[in-house]
Design a protein around this ligand. Sequence first.
Ligand code: GEK
Length: 261
Amino acid sequence: MTANVSRRALLLSPFPNLPPMNKKHTDLLYASPQKVSGFIFDDKVAAVFPDMIQRSVPGYGTIIHMIGQLASRYAQANSQCYDLGCSLGAAAMVMREQIDAGVKVIAVDNSEDMIARCRQSLKDLSKSNLDLRCEDILSTEISRGSVVVLNFTLQFIAPAKRQSLIAKIFKGMLPGGILVLSEKLAFDNNHHNELMVELHHYFKRSNGYSDLEIAQKRAALENVLIPETLDTHQKRLIDAGFKHVDLWFQCFNFVSMIAIK
Ligand code: GEK
């Protein structure tokens, strides 16, 4: 019964341990006309992050919920689970709910503001099997990894550094372990790419963002969030040594893949 209640809470909210959202937590960062500069994960973003990501990324809540399910299937005894680019720790927390106490969860982000808010939201929970680190995932050591999550993080890493990061992750994983890689995609076919972008913008408008907010956010993410094609991601994962690479979620230009070692 308790397990059902907690699973239901996670399905309804990927941030179950944060207080209910009010106006203060609404993403209005691009609501007024402004000189747009490159997007950064500072405290203004961290403060409205749950609202921002749920209104911007189609399927975010479903993906977080299912990462818990994947962790319950793939986490191995005495192994480590990683949430790389954890923001407020939604994936780390859902994994923690679903794995045995002997499995450690390591959540990493290089934004001090994200980590500070993540730490605060976790303060009442026992942190025994959770290690929260403020560091660059490019220097995170990966070892005994059974579940590694890059949930919309790789897209913010310089493309030239992506292959070595994936290779390092592969090397630090146990046989049978999985990497969950969620990304915004680009498509080779211009017509299809444009259609996916427009459907995504329609999704954002349906969630209350204005055309001005959508345009200014798009400008802020230019050269900061660099999407690649599905082929590029799949080839990189195979080149790193992953045996099975498959798509398990897609909504418009947002996907999640699993790669099994
Ligand atoms: C979620 N996974 O809620 N090292 C560490 N962290 C980084 C780096 C880096 N080099 N580059 C970017 N980040 C989360 C959502 S958000 C996605 C991930 C989005 C961090 C950055 O600080 C931010 O918190 C996160 O990656 C990307 O499931 O906002 O679209």
